[in-house]
Design a protein. Structure first.
Length: 340
């Protein structure tokens, strides 16, 4: 057997294992609502929906953090802006008024989701354009400062609930689907999550993604060969913010409630933990990290009110001994894909 044939055989086995794992994961996610109902645990469907929404937000952050090398501590701002876009449009629709005097309200999901993405992307463009003129610790602190400024802005908006938040009486409508049904809304979130991860896969594997990876590894070298790192980093930051805004809009529909807590810096930390737990710079790592963190929080809070004291050491052990998060662990088992 030739050397090329041996190489192809050695690489085909892990690739086949990854394909089988992805198919199994997709099948499990599709079958999950039916399985949990069969075993008498329908409450697990909303839990899975919450994990999917956080996975979208964490994967969006991972584009900036893992693939772009931009440690943003302010992504909760875009997450919260997406949620408030849904809440404000719904409040305007119910009051039969115009937001800012010319924007009509709506309760249609096909309108509120693009609106949330657009507004979050606009804020990400403004914040990124200013923050990316710095790097390192300065970049972290500036993104944190912008997020906290927006947090206090929404706290001061008494017309939209202020510190108490705002209730959304009904989830946004989508065609003739019953979005109030947890299973229906789960499949809506699952379809959107699949599209988001597919889009991120295409972005990372494109020329843009390759340039972004090169900038992360050595920005000066990329600039020396004629590539403008600022433009690529800003584009990645905006795309990342748009994904977080989409997740925030879905979370607002899921909870039927928005509050300034969605913009607090602790939410940014939570999203970052999901990325690190699952595997920085990997495509499916944020999905694994979001699912595990949501499950751990749910289980531990049922045991003790001091659940953070138990969660901390668990996360520390995972990060220290899995060498690349949960995705790194699966990679050594032949089921995952290593980080670049």
């Amino acid at each position: 057997m030739s050397e090329n044939a041996i190489t192809r055989t050695d690489t085909a086995a892990p690739a086949l294992g990854r394909v089988i794992a992805l198919v199994a994961l997709a099948a499990a996610l599709i079958a999950l609502p039916f399985i949990v109902r069969a075993i008498g645990q329908p409450a697990l469907v909303p839990l899975a929906t919450r994990a999917l929404i956080y996975a979208i937000a964490a994967a969006s952050l991972n584009l900036a953090l893992g693939f772009g090398g931009m440690v943003s501590f302010g992504h909760a701002a875009f997450f919260g802006i997406g949620g408030y876009a849904v809440g404000i449009l719904y409040r305007t629709f119910v009051d039969d008024a115009l937001f800012l005097g010319f924007i009509p309200g709506t309760d249609q999901l096909l309108v509120t989701l693009p609106a949330a993405i657009l507004v979050a992307g606009l804020f990400a463009c403004i914040i990124g354009a200013l923050s990316l003129r710095t790097a390192g610790v300065q970049f972290i602190m500036i993104t944190l400062a912008f997020a906290q400024m927006l947090f206090f802005l929404f706290v001061s908006l008494k017309a939209y609930g202020g510190d108490d938040g705002m209730t959304i009486r009904r989830r946004n409508a989508l065609f003739d689907l019953n979005t109030r049904d947890d299973v229906t809304f789960y499949f809506i979130c699952l379809a959107i999550a699949a599209l988001v991860f597919l889009a991120l896969w295409r972005i990372v594997g494109s020329r843009f993604g390759m340039v972004l990876a090169g900038i992360r590894q050595n920005e000066r070298r990329m600039a020396a060969i004629g590539i403008a790192p600022y433009r690529y980093k800003l584009a990645a930051f905006v795309i990342s913010g748009m994904g977080a805004g989409l997740a925030g809009a879905l979370m607002a529909n899921y909870l039927r409630f928005v509050s300034p807590d969605m913009l607090h810096w602790t939410k940014s930390g939570e999203l970052m933990i999901m990325v690190i737990l699952g595997g920085v710079g990997t495509l499916l790592g944020p999905l694994l990290g979001a699912a595990v963190l949501v499950i751990l929080e749910t289980v531990l809070t049922s045991w003790t009110e001091h659940w953070q004291l138990v969660l901390g050491p668990i996360l520390l052990l995972v990060v220290l001994f899995t060498q690349g998060g949960l995705n790194g662990l699966l990679t050594r088992l032949g089921l995952g894909r290593s980080a670049p």
